[in-house]
Write a protein that binds this ligand. Structure first.
Ligand SMILES: [Zn+2]
Length: 372
């Protein structure tokens, strides 16, 4: 397990990040078990046995996710001979993550289970990595690609984008649980996957123009996930369980692509920067994947790529493709597009290359129909 160090902010970041960035070798941290399907929560005891989990487990969840999945997980772990503590949280700011780490020090669990949506899973990643214990990802939503990735974003930290933490030891994803969630979560997940078209284009561009490392295998994996999602758009839109499974596997593959790359590069480019900027600009911002989907329409246009295909697929899902559907003002979209490259000057994308002024951003948003 990686050791941790303190940054200027109150959040500690895994030492793994330093290993990735400073040493002359490529380190990949991958999940050991991935179980996807209907009723997979019942597999918790056998996973615990295979992984040799003993002693004390801590479940991190919120009340709703605990009712949906956490209670079942807790019962299965107890019957497997583990003693279980749980921590039900309401918010997960950087302060909450720091408190969580104090709790882990007190309770001394051997393993942390993150049972919940993106915020819970990300907090489990960061806090378990810093406290040198493994974590197991039990997602309750398919709204984001953080289910399997080693990256995490924490509200209230000094970084509006994700930081490197640790990959889950195992992922147990139950489509039965996702089917109970709102359709909007599925839409957000689709947006996060479709975003890989522009993320990979940006990565290639950075390789060509600023000589950034480019991993063909990680890029292909991310791209393949987006292609499979588009090919199965009608299946996902039909709301059948098989469609959920396709989306879930695409999201997990994206997480693995990030593990292989050692960064979010294959999965996060200009469209993610647009989404992060919109988070800062608009108090009414939509879900992460919804914003990334619209961002991908805008930046695919700038890449002179097939932005219409991205827009049409999102429409087919019932996903937002305009500022109005995102619930934000037209001017906020323009401002976000202009601000996006400034959030991460080091992450070279088409927005850094073109350095668009406000007028050009507005023209882009208009040409793609994102603003009227
Ligand atoms: Zn994302």
């Amino acid at each position: 397990m990686p050791q941790s160090f303190k940054t200027q902010s109150s959040i500690t970041v895994c030492k793994l990040a330093v290993v990735y960035l400073t040493l002359n070798y490529h380190y990949m941290q991958l999940p050991r078990e991935v179980i996807v399907g209907n009723g997979t929560l019942e597999r918790v005891p056998e996973v615990a046995k295979r992984l040799g989990l003993k002693g004390k487990a801590l479940i991190l969840s919120d009340q709703n996710c605990y009712n949906v999945a956490g209670k079942v997980v807790s019962d299965f772990l107890t019957t497997s001979g583990l003693s279980v503590d749980f921590l039900l949280v309401k918010t997960m700011t950087s302060k909450d993550v720091a408190d969580l780490q104090v709790k882990i020090k007190e309770l001394k669990p051997q393993v942390l289970f993150g049972v919940g949506g993106g915020t819970i899973i990300d907090s489990a990643k960061v806090s378990s990595g810093n406290q040198n214990i493994p974590f197991i990802s039990i997602p309750t939503t398919v709204s984001h690609d953080g289910i399997a990735s080693p990256l995490a974003s924490i509200k209230g930290s000094d970084k509006p984008y994700s930081i490197l933490a640790q990959a889950p030891l195992a992922i147990i994803a139950d489509t039965n649980v996702f089917a109970q969630g709102p359709w909007r979560f599925v839409i957000s997940g689709c947006g996060d996957v479709i975003a890989k078209f522009t993320a990979v284009k940006d990565w290639k561009l950075a390789h060509k123009e600023v000589d950034e490392y480019y991993g063909g295998y990680a890029a292909s994996l991310a791209l393949m996930s987006a292609k499979i999602m588009i090919e199965n758009a009608d299946l996902i839109a039909s709301k059948e369980e098989e469609g959920l499974r396709v989306l879930l596997e695409a999201l997990i593959s994206c997480g693995v692509a990030m593990s292989i790359a050692g960064s979010s590069r294959p999965c996060s480019g200009s469209e993610h920067l647009f989404s992060h900027a919109l988070d800062l600009i608009s108090p009414n911002h939509a879900m992460h994947g919804e914003q990334c989907g619209v961002g991908s329409i805008l930046t695919a246009y700038l890449h002179k790529s097939n932005w219409q295909r991205i827009r049409n697929t999102l429409k087919e899902m019932g996903a937002p493709t305009t500022a109005n559907e995102l619930g934000v003002e037209d001017i906020e979209v323009v401002k976000a597009l202009e601000m996006a490259p400034k959030l991460r000057p080091e992450r070279y994308t088409i927005l850094h290359k073109l350095n668009l002024n406000s007028e050009a951003c507005e023209k882009t948003a208009r040409a793609t129909g994102v603003i009227a």
